[in-house]
Design a protein around this ligand. Sequence first.
Ligand SMILES: [Zn+2]
Length: 244
Amino acid sequence: MKLADLIRTRQPCVVLTGAGVSTESGIPDFRSPTGMWADVDPLEYASLEAFRSGPLKVWTFYKPRVAMLTEAEPNAAHVALAELERLGFVQAVVTQNIDLLHERAGSKDVVEVHGSIRAATCPGCGERYPLAEVLELLADADAPACPSCGGILKPDVVFFGELLPPAAIDRAYDLARGAGLLLVVGSTLEVFPVAGLPLETLRAGGELAIVNRGPTAFDNKASLRVDLAAGEVLPQVVAELQEG
Ligand SMILES: [Zn+2]
C-alpha cells in the first residue's frame, strides 16, 4: 500500500489524530450533527465562562461524558499507531482527543493539545487530582468537590475560551516542522491552531498523508488521501511494514 511506503520512506513520521480516531471506540465526534453537541450549546457547558459562573451545571454535562470516556476501549487504529511507534515508524502522536485512548493502547509519546481527563484541578487551592480520585468523588456526588477546600474541580481539559497548553502546542509545532511525513488520522483539520500543523510540515519540506472518512481542509495538499476508517487502514499498514 502507498501509505506504508510513504511512512517507510518519509521519516520521521508524526501522527496527528482527531475525534475520528475514537469514533470506532464508540465516542461520538462532538462536531458532527449527531455528536455530543447536537442538542446542547457548547458555550453553555464547556466554556471557561460557564465553569466560572456555574460549575455544577457544567458537571451535569461532564459527569456522564467522563464515565463514557473511561469505559471506552482503544480500537484497532489506536493499537496500530502504538505498534508503529514500537516498531520505530512513528515518532510521536499529537492528539486533539482528551480520552487517553492512545496511551491506553500503548503509545508512549503522546502530545495532548486539548488536555485530557487524566486529572482535574481545584480552581480554589490549585490541588490536582488524578482521574481515579475524581471518579471516586463522582461516585457519591454530581460534581467532584476538592477534599482540601471544597471547591468544585475543573477537568484538565481545554474548555472553549481557554488557551491551549503552551508546552504541548510548542512541542506539536516542533514535531510538525521536523516531520518527513505528517500522518493525519480522523481530523477534518478545521480547528486552529491544530489546523496549522500541516502547513508547518509542508513549509519545511515534509509531506502530508490523510486518513479520514469525508473531506478535509487539506485534501488538495496531501500526497495521499485515504477515505476509509482508520481501524481498517492502519492495521494493514502495520502488517505491511512488519513484512519489510
Ligand atoms: Zn481545593
